[in-house]
Design a protein around this ligand. Structure first.
Ligand SMILES: *Cc1c(COP(=O)(O)O)cnc(C)c1O
Length: 401
């Protein structure tokens, strides 16, 4: 048995559970397609103002239905997860409001959005921000109780790890936090950054007490096919307000064309449960192998993962860079390119990023990245096929062993 086969043999039980979740979510998606009678005409693009753009409207309904939400916006005009999160926050918050993040500091690209100086941030508009750190991988309920005051209009939860050394939160944990803030009398919006979490479990946070979930189509929800875009799903009243921010207060969600076809948005959602399962298996295989070789990585290989990302710690910049370069060399696109660290927009540190992807920068496709500084953590995620993840691992092992 090869080393990789040995790793695989230890993962069979977990793979079975992943398949079961993928099947459950596939049926969920198919039921939504059936409910809205999706037909080929929904793929047709529109131009100009895009009144009565059925493809656009149905996509929002479809996502909402799959995520157990009242309403949804899915748009190629939301450029990424960061943009979708920004639109949603600006849609809901007003001067004097406070946004309380209860999962520590939000993802890097959100920090400038929330408290940047003179860049049009929420802070520039008189919106305050506060946060509570997590305590040993779970919510710090004591800190939340202390900080949850009358000014708080959004309780913000980030499901996935981001560039932090902590595990993603399970829907069960999110459900407990939602119940907790409601019991304290909070009546505002419980807002979840759902990036990297979609279809990892049988439920989404919107089915567990959250009012709003937001994510990127260049990650899980796009299934590797959506060429761009973001989604926002949740309570009808919030979606309506956010729609007025996405377009204009006088227009809302009735306008917005897309001349290209919507086919890949629909087909991407259809594929997403399976694709996420492939990415989870790739993550577990790499995690198992790196653990066997003595590299610290998260989430623990003993646990089922709650998002598709894996953090792997190296003892030097060189090893970290080698790992990321091998992922690039194993990619279908730009496999001849050697990755270098650079100053990316939205991030404070130099980041090295492999993304030999069909959709540029897509991280549901096999990719690895991280800030080049101690403790030298690589964030590995994606893989449209398990076989691709396995091949990348083979190359990595040859390089670092
Ligand atoms: C990736 C990510 C974002 C931002 O999404 P982009 O599409 O890269 O803008 C936000 N939050 C989390 C937790 C993420 O992982």
């Amino acid at each position: 048995m090869t080393f990789i086969e040995k790793c695989e043999s230890k993962l069979l039980e977990k793979f079975k559970r992943i398949d079961e979740v993928a099947y459950f979510n596939q049926v969920k998606v198919l039921n939504a397609f059936n409910k809205y009678k999706i037909a080929t005409r929904h793929f047709n693009g529109t131009t100009g103002y895009g009144y009565d753009d059925e493809g656009r409207d149905c996509l929002g309904k479809l996502y909402a239905s799959v995520f157990g939400a009242e309403s949804g916006i899915v748009s190629p005009h939301m450029l990424s997860g960061t943009h979708a999160l920004t639109v949603a926050l600006f849609g809901l918050l007003r001067p004097g409001d406070l946004m309380l993040c209860i999962t520590g500091m939000p993802y890097d690209t959100l920090r400038g959005v929330i408290y940047g100086e003179n860049n049009g941030s929420l802070k520039d508009f008189g919106i305050e921000f506060d946060y509570c750190n997590l305590a040993e991988g779970d919510f710090d309920f004591t800190a939340i109780r202390e900080k949850l005051n009358k000014k708080v209009k959004i309780v913000y939860i980030q499901r996935s790890r981001g560039y932090e050394l902590r595990d993603a939160l399970s829907c069960k944990q999110i459900e407990d936090a939602c119940r907790f803030v409601r019991e304290l009398g909070f009546t505002g919006c419980i807002f979840v950054d759902n990036c990297y979490g979609e279809f990892v479990e049988k439920t989404e946070p919107s089915e567990c007490g959250a009012d709003l979930i937001v994510g990127s189509l260049i990650k899980n929800a796009g299934g590797g096919l959506a060429p761009t875009g973001g989604y926002i799903c949740g309570k009808e009243e919030y979606i309506e307000l956010i729609g007025k921010r996405l377009t204009a207060p006088s227009i809302g969600l009735e306008v917005g064309s897309y001349a290209g076809s919507y086919q890949y948005f629909y087909q991407g959602l259809f594929l997403a449960p399976h694709t996420v399962a492939q990415a989870l298996k790739s993550s577990l295989l790499i995690g198992q192998a790196m653990s066997e070789l003595g590299y610290k990585n998260f989430p623990s290989i003993e646990k089922m993962p709650y998002d598709i990302t894996r953090a792997i710690q190296f003892d030097s910049a060189d090893k970290m860079i080698d790992f990321i370069r091998e992922v690039q060399y194993a990619s279908p696109i730009d496999s001849y390119v050697t990755c270098e660290p650079w100053a990316m927009p939205g991030y404070d540190d130099n980041i090295i990023m492999s993304a030999g992807t069909f959709v540029s920068g897509s991280s549901i496709e096999l990719s690895a990245d991280g800030p080049v500084k101690p403790p030298y953590i690589v964030y590995f995620q994606g893989g449209l096929t398990y076989e691709h993840g396995k091949y990348a691992l083979e190359r990595i092992l040859n390089k670092i062993k």
